[in-house]
Design a protein around this ligand. Sequence first.
Ligand SMILES: C[S@@+](CC[C@H](N)C(=O)[O-])C[C@H]1O[C@@H](n2cnc3c(N)ncnc32)[C@H](O)[C@@H]1O
Length: 445
Amino acid sequence: MAKRKQKFSQEPFEVAITDITHDGRGVAHVDGKVVFVHGALPDEVVMAQYVKTRKDYDEAKTVDVLTASNDRVEPICESFGICGGCSLQHLAPEKQIYFKAKQLASNLRKQAKLSFDVDAQMPALRSPSEGYRFKGRLGVKYVAKKEKVLVGFREKFAPFIVDMDRCPVLEARVGNLLPQLSELIGSLTLLDKIPQIELAIGSDQVALSFRVLEEPTEDDLAKFKAFGVEHNILIYLQPKNEASTFLLSEVEDTEDLLNYRLMDRLTMAFKPYHFTQVNPVINEQMIAQALKLLNIQKDEKVLDLFCGLGNFTLPLALEAGSVIGVEGDKSLTEWAAKNAARNGLDNVEFYCTDLTQNQDNADWMQLKYDAILVDPPRSGALEMMAYLGKLAPKRILYVSCHPATLARDLAELVQYGYEVTDAGVMDMFPHTAHVESMAFLVKKD
Ligand SMILES: C[S@@+](CC[C@H](N)C(=O)[O-])C[C@H]1O[C@@H](n2cnc3c(N)ncnc32)[C@H](O)[C@@H]1O
């Protein structure tokens, strides 16, 4: 097939970077047009090469740094710049989180007219910047031309899997296992029938769940099992949807086989396909900070919206009179309830519902709460804000993975008589542009 002709020059050009975008690209201007330059930092002069051109802006990548910023560091990964997984490895980790705190401030100022400059924020919660990722999805592709199975993340500028030997942000037991995974899959009859591997790491166990598009042979199954034994990994296969996932490794399949522990007191069992927080170091700190801000009393009733497996619900239940968790994924609410029972907590109840829908008649909407925690997906929880206004708890804690939707929703809560007293970022995803943050609100009298 003929290669699509590029409509732009491939000739590197020199450009001065004046700013940085929310997703970590340098901003420059060429002949009056904005160019977003991947891998470039403010105050740098770089040689760049176009990767995309559009009507209103162009995109380029850095090919050489002529004048480096003082904040520039050597990336920790050889695939940085090619791999779509990370975008900030060239920026010192302490500057990455500062940059994220500035983004939080800017969103809060622009969308909610709230003044939380970096100095006015809670100190950022910090994480090790390597080996922090305990949850993720690896792409897999057999490339006949290379006679190799690639296991890794997608490229930034092309729909291919990066040919990489290690990933330093993944927990090391998996991050250093990419060549062995490639070899394993390359030895199977299924070598071109495995599109992805889901990785989920608990406090003691590493689980890898292989999506299989065809039934493995007996020999394939034996190889999977042997790999699991050799690397001390639980092997799961997923033939169809998530619920079809089953444990292949020959170990007793107890319900808490895969679990993470919290606060030295709670054991949270989960399945490899369940939502769990990516970074356990930040998760512990995040829960501790949430509990401190909420300061729950023994006789109080708490609502935990978008509660998942009960990651906040159960810690809250240790302090509250009672807690209700609400979540849209049935399997998560079922496992949340099992986790409550496993930990001897009988003051918790869970409901499964789509929180973007009308909740006027929901049982849990008919109760009074002293405090509400909200931890929605990136899209935020706009539909829930009027309900929070109606429930009118004294304190609200909003945990967010997207500052733009956080700011939008906080602006609503301010309309309902809340004051944002604290806000701050958390280093949940070092080297990526994702911003995790938390805001605490109290009802004004
Ligand atoms: C950021 S996670 C937080 C989960 C949990 N609080 C934790 O810390 O592990 C967001 C949760 O919202 C749930 N969710 C997403 N969309 C939803 C919706 N429309 N209604 C209810 N829950 C939803 C997801 O299943 C996920 O468990």
